[in-house]
Write a protein that binds this ligand. Sequence first.
Ligand SMILES: *Cc1c(COP(=O)(O)O)cnc(C)c1O
Length: 374
Amino acid sequence: MSLDAIDFERLASDGIRGLRAYDPGHDLVALRHRFGAQGLLELGSNENPYGPSPRVRDVVLAALDSLHIYPDPLGGELKRALATKHGVAMDCILLGNGSHELLMQFAQVFSGPGSDVVAAQYGFSVYALAAQAAGARFVAAPALPRDHAMPRGHDLDAIAAAIAPSTRLVYLANPNNPTGTWFDRDALAGFLQRTPADVLVVIDEAYAELADAPDYASALSMLDRHPNLIITRTFSKAYALAGLRIGYAVAHPGLVAVMERVRESFNVNSVGLAAAAAALADEAYLQATSAYNARERDALADALRQRGIFVYPSQTNFLLAEFGPRSIELERELVVRGVVLRPMAGYGLAECLRISVGDAAGNKRLLQALDEVL
Ligand SMILES: *Cc1c(COP(=O)(O)O)cnc(C)c1O
């Protein structure tokens, strides 16, 4: 038999066979090469334009002297700092190679063939991937309507209604990517009240540190009352450490103990552990850069709205904006000008583009490029 004759698709497990890999957008390395010194304006991946706390640099350099030894498999120093920050015991913290890794593993551990995983329409794409890779059935509850105050945001009533006896896991992002929308404390508390105790609820708070709306509330304060809650956070967004891949979950110690069984022993690297601890300790820097983000986000939203573009409300570091039927063509024309946004056709939002909020200079350049192509 020739090597070509192997049907690898057939050899894959049932869940994997129908899957499509996560779409990371453009080949950025190729584009960076093409735009060289002139520079590429990368507003497609919700990265933090301000970079991490200056304290991170020193600890990263120091960590380079220990690259020949394995990282601390317990991540003790970082876990202790996170536990103190959130007012929980250390055994409530689970570290991941980015929160993406943890989101995948929750489905692997707690769902599977014959069970359901529920999330929202226009929820983060990783949830469907996680469910299907685990062989579970993925159920998307309809989003709020486009003309709602929280357009296409999570409809917690619809999500509650989608929970069946076969449901093991629910994924909600608050605030959500790609819509930028959020739900308030009362909606979350009411939802948790109605959710059966043996259905695990993952609240993905990747953007929580950037949220400043008075009605936004983290689920962390509800963990005491709801041991079926799992809160995920990341150092990739507000802390600007996307390249080092550090995420974490806060959950009941019993749940963390079960998850520890599938965790790869050295899933979090030593440079990342040191950097995350240093970034976490610099609260003033986090507050300052988050305030810059909020200011730039609101200014960019205003500028887009002045151009007649519908912009979704956002508590994150990106904006979902509707450009209509031309959006796909527009996105391509912007790439030609060295400006990368994220097309949304994969989410069923072909008329929208997702724009990461840049710094003041970046947003100015974006608006200039937009004015050329609009
Ligand atoms: C960016 C993002 C994450 C994942 O980030 P990691 O870099 O894997 O920690 C998780 N959830 C949402 C909603 C995100 O936008």
